[in-house]
Write a protein that binds this ligand. Structure first.
Ligand SMILES: C[S@@+](CC[C@H](N)C(=O)[O-])C[C@H]1O[C@@H](n2cnc3c(N)ncnc32)[C@H](O)[C@@H]1O
Length: 212
């Protein structure tokens, strides 16, 4: 079985479906692992870059699972079949994920792992009828990653969760992450002449959460 790093293993843990669509598949590890482990029966491996998709194809062939994969060079969800019952979009910025979600809506389960601008993504999900079942943090090395699992439904972010996340299910590193983020914001605000109202709000939400 393919070995995954901690971030990819956490993403794979959220997948248990018939047809997986991995948008921005790149190395193809999520798709290959999910097919090998029975977490998916078939998959769409999608990448906007032919060169990236080639990496996924080579890995899948070497592991003997390529026959279960439709390899698609494409932008976001454009060429994904309606049969996809789990969509993963990981390793992109929150704004690119928003662009992809805005391009086409599927009635499916989404596993979203933005590498930055998670707050922008939460605002979008909240205002566009996505129900977040989970929103929690994992860490790998010195980095923290948000994992957001959502589906079509009533937006359910509280105002106080938009910047910092839901911590659902609760994980102990949530507080550690808030402390780390607070230190970064305090460093920025100490140097900056003008501080944006978004950053001020985030700091206030962090302070409130750390006081609770
Ligand atoms: C940093 S890699 C992430 C790989 C993998 N998903 C992960 O989390 O480790 C980002 C990949 O997304 C692809 N990508 C970026 N925008 C895309 C889009 N709109 N549609 C499909 N693929 C996209 C890039 O070509 C690249 O291969």
């Amino acid at each position: 079985m393919l070995k995954l790093d901690k971030r990819l293993a956490a993403i794979a843990e959220e997948i248990n479906c018939r047809v997986l669509a991995d948008i921005g598949t790149d190395h193809g590890k999520i798709v290959v692992y999910c097919l090998q482990s029975g977490r998916a029966e078939r998959a769409y491996a999608v990448d906007i870059s032919q060169k990236s998709l080639q990496k996924a194809r080579i890995l899948a062939q070497s592991r003997g699972v390529d026959a279960s994969i439709a390899f698609v060079v494409g932008d976001g969800l454009t060429d994904v079949g309606e049969d996809a019952d789990c969509v993963v979009i990981a390793g992109m910025g929150g704004h690119e994920i928003i662009r992809i979600l805005s391009g086409r809506r599927l009635d499916t389960r989404y596993v979203l792992v933005p590498h930055q601008d998670a707050a922008a993504l939460r605002f979008y999900l909240s205002e566009n009828g996505y129900f977040a079942e989970k929103d929690y943090v994992i860490s790998e090395g010195k980095r923290f990653y948000d994992i957001i699992v959502c589906k079509n439904g009533q937006g359910n972010y509280k105002k106080s969760e938009l910047y910092i996340g839901k911590n659902t299910p609760p994980v102990s590193i949530f507080m550690e992450r808030l402390e780390a983020r607070r230190a970064i914001i305090q460093g920025v605000t100490a140097r900056a002449k003008d501080v944006s109202k978004e950053l001020k709000q985030e700091l206030e939400d962090i302070n409130n959460a750390l006081q609770d």
